[in-house]
Design a protein around this ligand. Sequence first.
Ligand code: HJL
Ligand code: ZN
Length: 176
Amino acid sequence: MESLNPQVSDIVDHLAYLRLALNLAKKSPPKPTNFRVGALLVSQSSDTPLLSTGYTLELPGNTHAEQCCLNKFMDSRGIQTLEELQEKLPMDTVLYTTMEPCSKRLSDNKPCVDRIVEAKKIRKVYVGVSEPEKFVEENNGRRVLETAGIQYEYVPGLEREILEVATAGHEKTGGN
Ligand code: HJL
Ligand code: ZN
């Protein structure tokens, strides 16, 4: 019988993962100076796909969701160096995040796209919304990732809720 040979990524329920990330974002303390974001590291073809989770400010300090997700993966496996991280991440690792990873931070901390690129094994990033132009003029997260050979896929369907959660701590500026 001829096989259509679908890719694992074709049959994964991306929206379900994004919902999980959104529920994580809701745990983040509202703050006027950043967005509340949730992120997951997933090994797509594994029987136990969920590698790590994270949300904004989950770890001490001014931490982003993607950063927490990667740091928690390292902590949970006793990984201390970047080389070890590259070695321990499965080949089919993807990242889900409710918001486009940052390429520039107001605080001058290392941007999440740099962390994603240097991890080497993350082959694709699934994103719920691009970053609104509130803190940095133009977030180039998508471009930086694609230039580094990392695929980028926008997962539609949860935009309104993602933005509502992301901006919960922000001053509302009229409008609807
Ligand atoms: C993403 C996060 C988070 C942001 N974006 N993808 N995940 N907080 O967890 C992006 C926003 C920055 C501001 C402020 N937010 O966070 O542009 O203080 O939060 O370094 O630029 O910069 P800091
Ligand atoms: Zn970030």
